[in-house]
Design a protein around this ligand. Structure first.
Ligand SMILES: Cc1cc2nc3c(=O)[nH]c(=O)nc-3n(C[C@H](O)[C@H](O)[C@H](O)COP(=O)(O)OP(=O)(O)OC[C@H]3O[C@@H](n4cnc5c(N)ncnc54)[C@H](O)[C@@H]3O)c2cc1C
Length: 465
């Protein structure tokens, strides 16, 4: 009852489509959701605990209520009996966790297995593979727990070569996965792909990975929210951390409604981390925009024309990759890179680039009505891999972020690993748990200039070379 009253007294602020984490001081205060297909079709969010309205003490505070923060709260309660207080600046799971493509893949960060080997050697790469395999098991245990339904489309992931030139590298990656990691991928030729899966007109073939699930992004977030609260966590939207001081081992987190005093703080703010929040997270991530559209439901003829026989999650081999799939209600979703700045995000140029990508794959869909279009900020780390880490051994501050657009699945495990660190367990012996998010160093002020140049190069490489 108290929660209902608090919520009624706290009307939400309008969603700001131009929000830009590199420019704006904070992600906002109690902003409404980005108008995504997921928010439109998830139903009402479950009850939360309303904004903070007085000074309170908490043993553990989690900042950010996306998949990572909620998974951390779930596992703190489940594995250690710790009932965390989750502080969310806006509406619950307002960031990437209600805006993504809903593609759960067996990855963490942006690097391929061959790149893990180049960076760390075979032994570490194998152990990292075991970590993401364990993460997938955890993810499945959550989505099939019976506590919520997030419309899973299970059966694997098709990684589609967008031109013939990409096939040798795809075949080599598949071979490596099979032989070095014992992970049974399969190469699917263009003919088989068109016959049994879909007639993506650019596709030269694909690699099938057995693990891959499409989920309803917001139903997943809302499922985590209900689960975290059932286990005793408190989840407070409209409670941005706007100031942070530490005295005598206690963290004083200033929110508009009151001071929250905490012994330990777990940070799960991803690309929405404001530079001023804490010096340990300042400029450690590159926020990168990704956009997404959802068409009206396809007619039976359009589905035939596209040859859609699969509902597997699909991505292509572009560096500026497309992620796409046929949704359970017969619409097509597709997403890719977007603008560089928040101010430019609604420039029609970015939308038309994305839909041209859709038409190239499925010419029969040229001109199809788009029912939803949105964008969000992805947390790309300097070395393309996430970190789950305690950055200063003298302070009980921990973070999990930097998934680089591959966080739907791995955030469940990252939240669990974050909970383990908060509870005092030693970090796992893998590089992503053993070092801080690398800084961009002297390049920090020039990151967007670099990004612009890289986008030109990637577009040339993806489309022309
Ligand atoms: C368009 C798009 C498509 C994507 N598609 C996929 C996909 O198909 N597959 C995949 O694996 N990944 C995808 N991703 C990435 C994936 O969504 C994220 O990795 C994942 O949701 C990260 O969750 P998170 O909890 O770490 O962060 P978020 O969900 O971003 O949550 C961070 C939260 O922190 C809050 N916050 C920030 N600062 C403060 C503060 N000072 N005080 C309180 N709260 C604060 C924010 O309001 C936000 O709600 C996509 C991302 C985007 C944007």
């Amino acid at each position: 009852m108290l929660t209902e009253l608090t919520q009624a007294k706290s009307p939400k602020n309008q969603y700001d489509p131009a929000y830009d984490p590199m420019v704006d001081e904070s992600p906002g205060r109690y902003r409404d959701y980005c108008p995504t297909y997921w928010i439109a079709t998830a139903g009402d969010p479950p009850q939360d605990d309303g904004p903070i309205t007085a000074d309170i003490d908490a043993d553990v505070v989690v900042i950010g209520s996306g998949y990572t923060g909620l998974s951390c709260a779930i596992h703190l309660a489940k594995e250690y009996g710790i009932k965390a207080t989750v502080l969310e600046a806006n509406s619950v799971a307002w960031g990437c966790s209600t805006r993504n493509g809903g593609q759960a893949q067996i990855s963490s960060g942006r690097l391929k297995r061959s790149q893990w080997i180049q960076r760390w050697g075979v032994d570490v790469a194998r152990r990292m593979h075991a970590e993401v395999a364990e993460a997938f098991d955890l993810f499945r245990s959550l989505i099939y727990s019976g506590e919520f339904d997030c419309d899973p489309q299970d059966g694997g992931h098709l990684y589609i070569a967008h031109k013939a030139k990409m096939m040798p590298a795809l075949e080599a990656e598949s071979h490596l996965l099979n032989k070095t990691f014992g992970y049974r991928t399969r190469i699917v030729g263009r003919e088989e792909l068109h016959r049994d899966y879909l007639r993506d007109q650019e596709a030269a073939g694909a690699m099938h990975e057995p693990d891959g699930v499409g989920v309803h992004a917001a139903k997943l977030a809302f499922g985590y929210l209900a689960m975290a609260r059932r286990l005793g966590a408190k989840v407070h939207p409209g409670s941005p951390v706007m100031g942070w001081q530490t005295r005598g081992g206690i963290h004083y987190l200033k929110t508009p409604g009151g001071m929250v005093r905490a012994r330990s703080v777990a940070i799960a703010t991803a690309a929405y981390t404001s530079p001023g929040m804490h010096h340990l997270t300042k400029h450690r991530l590159m926020p990168v925009l990704s956009n997404s559209v959802v068409t009206r439901p396809l007619t039976a003829q359009e589905r035939d024309a596209c040859g859609f026989k699969t509902r597997l999650v699909l991505t292509d081999t572009r560096t500026l990759r497309h992620y796409y799939r046929l949704l359970p209600d017969g619409r097509v979703q597709i997403g890719s890179r977007s603008a560089i700045t928040g101010a430019d995000a609604d420039n029609p140029r970015h939308l038309s680039l994305l839909v041209e990508g859709l038409y190239r794959k499925f010419p029969a869909l040229r001109g199809i009505k788009l029912d939803y279009s949105w964008w969000g900020w992805v947390d790309v780390s300097h070395d393309m891999m996430p970190r789950i880490f305690q950055p200063d051994p003298g302070q009980k501050i921990y973070y999990a972020m930097g998934y680089g657009g591959n966080g739907v699945m791995y955030s469940a495990q990252a939240g669990r690993r974050l909970a383990q660190l908060v509870a005092g367990e030693p970090p796992i012996d893998l590089p992503i748990f053993r070092s801080p998010l690398p800084s961009h160093g002297p390049l920090t002020p020039f990151r967007r200039i670099g990004q612009r140049a890289m986008y030109h190069w990637y577009a040339l490489k993806d489309e022309k070379l």
